[in-house]
Design a protein around this ligand. Sequence first.
Ligand SMILES: [Zn+2]
Length: 281
Amino acid sequence: MPELPEVETVARTLAPHVQGCRIEDSRLLRPGSLHELSLPLSRLHGRSIAGVGRRGKLLLLHLEPATGQPEEAACLVVHLRMTGRLMTWPTTTEPGRHTRCLWELRTPEGTCRRLFFDDVRAFGVLLVANAAILQRWDFWRELGPEPLGLAVEDFAALLAGRGGAIKAALLDQKVLAGIGNIYADESLFRAGLDPRRKAGSLSAAEAARLLHALQDVLQLSIAQCGSSIRDYRDANGDVGAFQNSFAVYGRAGQTCQQCGQTLEKIRVAGRGTVICPHCQG
Ligand SMILES: [Zn+2]
C-alpha cells in the first residue's frame, strides 16, 4: 500500500496536470468506490481544482472556494489503498477494465483532458467532502499528526504510557498519519530499536532517535519519488527508487549492511517484520 512518501509523490506529480483545471463532468464506473458519506460527484462539476495535497495516506484535490457556500464540496479525497492510481490522459482515452471513475477536465487554456482513477483491486475510496462531512468521517477525525514537522516532545507524549509494541504505535493511523510497514521497519532499524519494545518503554533519547530516523527515511524516500514494490506508480506513470535503499524491508535472510549478521523475519502487530537481531535492541 502506498504510504506517506508515495502519496506525497502522487500529489506532487499530479498537481501540474490538474491544478487550475475545471471539472466539467464525471463518470463513476464502480459505485462501490464512492464512500457512503460522499456528496454526489456532480457537486464537483463547474468547480476548479486549486491544488493537490495530502493528509496521511489520503490524497486531496482541493477545490477553489465556492463563495459563501460552506455546504458545497471543498475537496475530493482519494484513498489509493492497495492499487489505486490517478493519471491524466487525452480525451480520446477510453476507460479500461480497472477504471473506477473518470473526470472530464478543462485546462485554463481551454484544452480538455481526462483524469482517471484506476484501481485493480478496487479497495480504493473516493469521497467528495466539505468540512462538515470530514468531521463526520471517523477515519479523518481520528487521524494522528503528520510525522514530518512533528516535535520530539509531542512524539514522546504520543508514545508515553502505551503498552503495545512500538511498531504497532507507528502503524496506528490514530497515533501518526501516513506510516505503513515499510517506513515502520526502516525507521526502527535506523534508530536501532527492536520493534517489539513497548512504545511506552522508550527513553526520551530513544524517542528522539526514532522520530529523527522516521523523518529522515520519509524525506529520503520522497526525494526518490517513493518506493515501488508492487504496482505503485506516480501520476506520470513512473516508478520510485527508494526500494533500492531499503536496509531491512524485504531483506530477510540477507546480511545486515551495518554488522554483517543475517536479517530475521518476525511477526509484530500482525505484520511481517524484518530486523537485525544484533543492531536493534
Ligand atoms: Zn546489524
